[in-house]
Design a binder for this molecule. Structure first.
Ligand code: TXA
Ligand code: MG
Length: 356
């Protein structure tokens, strides 16, 4: 079966621009190539595809061996469960045991979109997908390529972000290729991702809603629909599998700055990149601004791409200015914290790094 789709891809790649496409494994997300992607998935292969948040690395949820390969390719620990992606809301009936009415309201309002909901799973969902948990995370992405790929496959697709474990999530096909290269069967190129930050993950327990991972959809928006979203759960250990403290790590040490931006800039630390969410009055060459317009959405969409760009620079490290924990700012701050090696402050005019 493997050789069959390997052959299929080979032929398509020759049609699609020859040698270069073959070497990079990237194909433009044309209807024809999406159909090829669906064939690859149906025969047990792995396909990286764009979503509106970040790129995902997919396998059919009911093929445990294909799902196991996702973990291998990413170097991801088996205790970190995957999100199942669907193309129509009714599919939840094949994944969840039941659908509480308040969850239905959330689905109606925010799907397709960057919201992942975690509920008790049906027995047919393989344990490898949920890392042995009795619950399964599901989301319906809003990206047309993701939707048509899943639809053509005809089965739900388990997909984590398409990066190596511990690296920042990819927001373009080139970034996927840089991390996973020829370890995947096909990368569908749908351009850069609209949100650039992962979905918000919510656990539903009885009538209560818990935030497991802040993401593209703000809890303020969710709360307008279902009321209180709790940010801490009585048993934090079970709740955030895979959300290790240092998770979204760039290959360059990142320190969170505690203090006033002007004081930091006054030190003129030219060998460190300074990351600021919004423009500052001073504008030195080593300052990188996430949103020149001053909005969280633009800042979030640039965050991972900028961290990856800085990895290839000659800076010794990154110093990130804090972001207000409001709306999308909460997700940005969460990712910065996880990416960080520690904090940095100024004491008596000198810079002090504190590793975590
Ligand atoms: O935007 C996104 O969510 C992207 C795109 C590709 O859809 N996906 C993504 O997947 O970020 P991943 O695997 O990088 O992160 C999924 C996280 C897990 O690390 C875990 O914290 C949480 O979702 N998760 C998944 N299943 C869970 C479960 N059953 N219980 C609790 N948390 C779960
Ligand atoms: Mg991830």
């Amino acid at each position: 079966m493997y050789t069959e789709y390997a052959m299929l891809i080979y032929v398509f790649k020759l049609w699609n621009g020859g040698r270069k496409a073959f070497m990079t494994q990237i194909l433009p997300a044309s209807p024809q190539n999406i159909e090829l992607g669906a064939k690859v998935l149906k025969s047990g292969g792995l396909v990286a595809f764009p979503t509106e948040t970040v790129y995902g690395l997919g396998a059919v949820v009911f093929f445990p061996e294909a799902v196991a390969r996702i973990f291998e390719v990413k170097g991801r620990p088996r205790f970190d469960p995957l999100i199942v992606h669907i193309a129509s809301p009714e599919t939840v009936f094949s994944l969840w045991q039941r659908l509480p009415s308040r969850v239905e309201v959330l689905m109606e309002k925010f799907w397709p979109g960057p919201l992942t909901l975690v509920l008790p799973k049906k027995e047919t969902v393989p344990d490898i997908v949920t890392a042995g948990l009795p619950t399964v995370a599901v989301r319906m992405p809003a990206h047309p390529v993701a939707l048509s790929l899943i639809e053509m496959t005809g089965l739900p697709v388990a997909a984590p972000s398409a990066n190596l474990f511990g690296r920042v999530s990819p927001t373009s096909a080139e970034e996927v290729a840089r991390d996973l290269g020829n370890k995947v069967d096909l990368i569908l190129d749908g351009g850069s991702c609209e949100w650039g930050i992962e979905s918000t993950v919510i656990l539903v327990e009885e009538e209560r809603f818990f935030l497991l991972r802040p993401g593209a959809l703000s809890i303020e928006d969710l709360e307008t629909v279902v009321g209180k979203i709790e940010v801490t759960h009585p048993s934090p250990k079970i709740l955030a599998p895979g959300m290790t403290r240092k998770h979204y790590a760039p290959n360059l040490p990142l320190y969170l700055f505690e203090g006033r931006a002007e004081e930091l800039l006054a030190l003129k630390l030219a060998d460190f990149a300074i990351l600021s969410p919004f423009p500052l009055t001073d504008n030195p060459e080593n300052l990188f601004v996430l949103s020149s317009r001053g909005d969280f959405r633009e800042a979030a969409s640039n965050l991972f791409a900028l961290l990856r760009k800085l990895e290839n620079s000659s800076f010794r490290g990154i110093i990130a200015l804090p972001v207000e924990k409001r709306g999308l700012g909460r997700a940005i701050m969460d990712r910065l914290k996880r990416a960080s090696s520690g904090t940095v402050k100024i004491e008596e005019g000198r810079i002090v790094f504190v590793d975590k």
